[in-house]
Ligand binder design. Sequence first.
Ligand code: BGC
Length: 275
Amino acid sequence: MSKNIAIGVDIGGTGIKAAPVKLKTGKFVEERYRIPTPDPSTPDSIARTVAKCITRFEPSRKTPVGVAFPGVIQQGVVKTAANLDDAWIGVNLRELIRDYAGHDVYVMNDADAAGFGEHRHGAANGRDGVVLMTTLGTGIGSALIADGELVPNTEFGHTIIDGEIAEHWAAESARDRLDLDWDGWIKNLQRFYSEMEKLLWPDLIIVGGGVSKSHHMFLPHLTLRAPIIPAELRNGAGIVGAASWAAAAVKREEKRAKDAAKVAEKKAKKAASKG
Ligand code: BGC
């Protein structure tokens, strides 16, 4: 697989989707591959499916692979999984996928991946300042990007507003569950985004998730200081973001290793000249 390509995988509630992504353009170089999310969505069944998605594209040993997961991830370990099985908490997702796929991977929160993808190749491309990405789906995902740097695991969908967790009444899934018409849902979205503005003062707000296809039904009805616009990469944002993130992580690690080697070389030379 070419040097300028990375593979992104997005673990969702209904499907696990993957594609190889051209890093310069953010475009898929092969058709996206999708496997329905196994039920029950246990760590082993999901990791096995993710591995299948990765190996299908026959990555070379050096191809970066990024995986987006719908929960908090720290150092490869799952810390929360609000909309998945509790068995996930404490699982080292990075190691588990590596074991099944025989390939190293980088794992991150799904909304962080989508936000990173939108910043690299979508609606927030190259934007400075504070960009708030939100995904409206079963839950609400969030990503905060300040001058191009991602602050991971913000989880703003779990903010308690008026005594209740925001995603319970403002996620796309709340429309059905609470039997809300557009006006009712828009009121809830207004409550959520006003609170976000109060706390974060974003320069730009991006809205992703399946419902962002119908953005004209709700975005123009929200009154906010910052522009609020639909995501551009739609369904692909998580894949593009995870792939780009993995490639950036590989670069960072390579640079660190090179710098460390240089320092060691200098030290060795100094020691030799002294001796
Ligand atoms: C989870 C987030 C996730 C979001 C979207 C929320 O319930 O806590 O981690 O990003 O759903 O999947």
